[in-house]
Design a binder for this molecule. Sequence first.
Ligand code: ZN
Length: 396
Amino acid sequence: MESLTFYLLLLTAIIAGWLLGKLGSSKSTHTKSSNSNLFQDYFVGLNYLLNDEPDEAIDTFIKALEINSETIETHLALGALLRRRGKVDKAINVHQALLARPNLERDFSNSVRLQLALNYIAAGLLDRAERLLKEVLDDGGEAKWDALRQLITIYQTEKEWENAISCSSALLQNAQLRKDPALLGGAAHYCCEIAQQHLQNNQDVQARAEIKRAFTFERKSIRAMLLLADIEQREGKYKAAIKELLRVRAAKPQFIAQLLEPLASCHDSLGTRADFEKVLRTMVLEDSSTEAALMLVKITNASPGNVEAIRLLRAHLEHSPSAGALIELLGLQLDGVDENVASSLESLLSLVKAQAQGSSEYRCHHCGFETKNFFWMCPSCKQWDKISPINDLSAR
Ligand SMILES: [Zn+2]
């Protein structure tokens, strides 16, 4: 039913395009015989459609719509519609036919190139898309802003981070985009990607330079702060690392899970366990952090029946229900209870553990993609900084 609706829409679009073309060229360019051929084509196309031969139907409909200056926009939209429906090869044909027209106006020519580039990107023909987009860029018209955005998509896919940064910087020259948070955030991530490559090669100086560049795009880049903390820790500058990790907590408490391990390690190296416990208690109280509550129970070596740990987890669960804290609490409460109660608690514990194991831990709040692992860029919608932990049991 859905595809029938699509083809009927396609047919309507073509008829609308034909009518526009007819009205625009009513000064006698269309003869009665050409109109009759057109309707003949429609009936042939409709016949294909009714016989469940959609590809032939599309070809016939496209053929029926003569390209002239009045129907260019219809063709442009038709190609885009075909691409969105996954008919990328047909979309390429439509847009290539348009581009082959002689004396195409500059604006139309660039619009067609942009659409054709989108088709090539959808088909995975990135080199061809890049070539077309560079032509639009060289032309220097208003279409260059769209071309730059599409080029960024290509460079992200190809992991050509320096090129992605160049395009972002060019886009940021546009007064309307100068403060675009998605653009600035993306550019900061490209710098962090390069910094990570340097870190893998133990090139700390170059990595630091990239992190500094990331901060010029986004002053509160969480990823840049975490990378900087990592370098400080590697170089034995534990106090500087702790300062950076606490900046992360202040900017985005939902990243506490990522910073607890390095924070624990730095405090261990400095021999400042008491300070670490104090920070954890603040995180539990002010940020309702389950991870901090669990870490607190872990580092105090709370044994089953430990009253203080049980009190802490109970208080935490009251306002922040989470599977992790519930599992820990049930484990601690198993000690010293009646045999029957212990058996019931164990069953409940297994149930919650199984439930927690099957659940995703992170969700993209742009497209809803769920995953067990954390990603800076959502693998589904390719947006940066949209994935965050699912902490709340009630949100699962
Ligand atoms: Zn997403």
